[in-house]
Design a binder for this molecule. Structure first.
Ligand code: URA
Length: 243
């Protein structure tokens, strides 16, 4: 049994405060009876909870979308600084979440946090080929030759990359481009640009599969994915028309 406001907040209905207000206004029912106290206990797996008449479809696992700011580590602990978990509200922090994949400390943007091990495994498995898109500002111009080299599969130290796409938004002198890759090797995007003689000045992940970063999510904020958004991770997302 758990507090009703906590159950609702864990399912992304709102912040704990917003959920408490919703309950006090009588907009939440448990087994058909209006609940008025946020501290009322319910069993989320067996009680029928409804918010404004719509049944709450309770999920024990949760996956959050975070707009990761620069300067925080995407790990569960960092003895020297702040991790993405430190940015979460207490009701989410207590749920055993971990980052599904890593972004460098200075990389910003879409990070998924989950307590669903199977989802993380599937997302990170090389054969799942979930495309990740990054907006990159680099320290020089970019040209069609760079895009061709990305598409051909760049050779990095110790590996040859799978074909990747490079869409140049501003060709120079500090070019802006969207790089799409379906692997997740250490510093991969930065190393790919370096292989073309360009240093990445800023990197922001804007999409994972068919799921884009919610533009209304401020840096450092996170919210649960809706069931539809969860499915979008697996939606076809290749930047190449034929793939
Ligand atoms: N590639 C990088 O180089 N850094 C990231 O954070 C993610 C992808």
């Amino acid at each position: 049994m758990e507090r009703l406001d906590k159950i609702l907040a864990s399912q992304g209905v709102g912040s704990r405060k917003e959920c408490a207000a919703l309950i006090r206004r009588g907009e939440v029912a448990v087994n058909g009876a209006a609940a008025r106290r946020p501290e009322q206990k319910a069993d989320p797996e067996h009680d029928a909870i409804a918010v404004r008449g719509a049944p709450l479809c309770y999920r024990r696992t949760v996956t959050l979308m975070m707009n990761k700011p620069g300067g925080v580590l995407s790990a569960t602990r960092d003895p020297h600084g702040v991790t993405v978990l430190d940015l979460l509200p207490p009701e989410q922090r207590a749920r055993g979440l971990f980052p599904a994949g890593r972004l460098d400390r200075d990389t910003e943007g879409l990070l998924l946090l989950t307590n669903d091990g199977a989802l993380a495994h599937r997302m990170l498995a090389p054969k799942s080929h979930v495309w990740k898109r990054y907006l990159a500002r680099v320290d020089g111009p970019l040209s069609a030759q760079d895009a061709q080299a990305f598409a051909a599969g760049l050779a990095l130290e110790g590996m040859v990359c799978l074909p990747a796409s490079l869409e140049i938004l501003e060709p120079g002198p500090q070019a802006l481009a969207v790089a799409a890759v379906r692997e997740g090797q250490f510093h991969q995007v930065k190393r790919m640009f370096l292989a073309r003689g360009r240093r990445v000045l800023s990197l922001r992940r804007i999409a994972v599969g068919g799921l884009s970063l919610d533009p209304s999510l401020p840096p450092g904020a996170a919210r649960p994915l809706t069931p539809e958004e969860l499915e979008l991770i697996w939606a076809p997302s290749s930047p190449f028309p034929q793939a």
